[in-house]
Design a protein around this ligand. Structure first.
Ligand code: HMG
Length: 405
């Protein structure tokens, strides 16, 4: 049985900031953000845009653009670390908005940025077990990355959702079921206590933890682990673009059994490998920012839209969730996937966003971090927002959405 992806679509917020504007406002050299981190823009969620809104809109696009009927969905999982309730999952709002069947299993997964990868793995197992009965799984990776104003992590925020349909009739990519490496390790590199709206991070340590996890997943995938030269593309979790560069360097070092710096004879070969296998697929990440659990799949969208792939070529995926959990796995393009490039391409959504000044962005951040209580209302038209399924506030502690009443 061939299991893989039959649909993928992206939704982001209606506003963004330029990181060069943020750098100027923080008296930082813009090159630090654009070259040092590799980021150019950052999607900004205005208060009525929340994780439910992002998830529903991405999922609607995935079903509509790939002609998947809601009646075909038997499993719905939302991977997120920016859910809206300690108990009630984002998935159940999506279930209602899409009119999914009542015998569809639905839930939410969380392990920082690893949540959606865990959900995809569960969907594959559900299909293989036969319990799917040829129904399909809708997996959504939806998050809003939120750090404190003026913190070192501030330029690595972002917001967006990637929705994917997983089935036994894949049209985009198939999953390799044999080669996978896993790693779990209790580290305090990034976390968000229950009382906090903004994530806390030990930023430089988190980079070490990420790279250490990559090394361990590669070791765990041995002896079947393919050589780097056998991989056509290497995709990684992308909290910021430079992290994918560092990850590919570590992958190259593990593959070649060496340790690199810019004076190493192998440095040029590493750069060529990065430019061929990873860098070209990161444009959307550079324009959206960190969308946590969806960022790996946003770079997969970059590969599917911009790459020229042959069936059966090997593509590696590395998922990392702080705290930490990681997985290394392989996928292969399906013959004819190219016909879906225009359905996948998120360029139009990105081009339609409105640029915010830094003072507007700071106002939004302050509003976003106010805790709404029992009967607070938010005008869905705030900031001129138009997309459906916007959060409109609480009534007697019941969360309400403009199109779900
Ligand atoms: P920082 O300490 O302000 O930055 O914060 P820095 O001093 O390390 O500089 C960053 C880069 O810019 C460096 O490049 C500098 O050299 C360069 P590198 O040496 O690393 O290659 N630079 C310049 N380049 C050109 N011109 C200049 C210039 N100045 C400096 N003038 C940090 C950076 C990433 C730590 C911070 O933004 C942060 O804490 N971010 C959040 C944490 C994070 O994203 N961690 C990533 C790994 S953990 C992960 O991916 C999981 C996560 O997604 C959460 C989850 O799982 O849910 C975060």
């Amino acid at each position: 049985m061939n299991i893989g992806m039959e649909a993928i679509a992206f939704h982001t917020t209606q506003h963004f900031i330029e990181l060069s504007d943020l750098a100027e406002a923080r008296s930082i050299a813009p090159d630090k953000f654009t070259l040092g981190l590799g980021q150019h823009q950052m999607s900004i969620a205005c208060p009525p845009e929340d994780t439910v809104h992002l998830a529903i809109n991405a999922a609607k696009k995935a079903l509509e653009r790939f002609n998947v009927s809601p009646a075909e969905i038997g499993m719905l999982v939302v991977g997120t670390e920016s859910g809206v309730d300690h108990s009630k999952p984002v998935a159940v709002y999506v279930h209602q908005a899409l009119g999914l069947p009542s015998n569809c299993i639905s839930y939410e997964t969380k392990h920082a940025c690893f949540g959606a990868m865990a959900a995809i793995s569960a969907a594959g197992d559900w299909i293989i077990s036969g319990r799917a009965k040829h129904r399909k799984a809708l997996i959504i990776a939806a998050d809003i990355a939120n750090y404190a104003l003026y913190s070192a992590a501030e330029p690595t925020q972002g917001a967006g959702a990637v929705a994917m349909v997983i089935s036994d009739q894949p049209t985009l990519v198939s999953f390799d079921r044999e080669i996978a490496g896993y790693f779990t390790n209790n580290v305090m590199d990034f976390w968000r206590p229950l009382y906090a709206k903004e994530a806390l991070t030990d930023g430089h340590y988190s980079i070490e933890c990420y790279l250490d996890a990559l090394t361990h997943t590669l070791m765990d995938a041995k002896p079947a682990l393919p050589k780097l030269s056998d991989l056509t593309a290497c995709l990684y979790h992308v909290p910021f673009v430079k992290m994918a560069t560092k990850a590919h360097q570590r992958h190259f070092e593990c593959d070649q059994g060496l340790s690199l710096d810019k004076t190493s004879p192998a440095w040029q070969r590493f750069e060529q490998s990065y430019q061929a296998k990873t860098q070209p697929w990161l444009e959307y990440n550079a324009r959206v920012g960190n969308i946590y659990t969806g960022s790996l799949f946003l770079s997969l969208m970059g590969l599917l839209v911009k790459g020229t792939l042959e069936p059966e070529q090997l593509i590696s995926l590395f998922s990392y969730g702080s705290g930490s959990a990681a997985a290394f796995s392989l996928i292969r393009p399906m013959a004819g996937y190219q016909q879906f490039k225009s359905q996948i391409d998120p360029s139009q959504d990105l081009a339609q966003r409105t640029r915010l000044s830094i003072s507007e962005y700071e106002d939004i951040m302050q509003q976003r971090n106010q805790l709404l209580t029992e009967n607070d209302r938010i005008d869905p038209a705030t900031w001129g927002l138009t997309a459906p399924y916007l959060y409109s506030g609480n009534q007697a502690h019941i969360r309400q959405y403009s199109d779900l009443l």
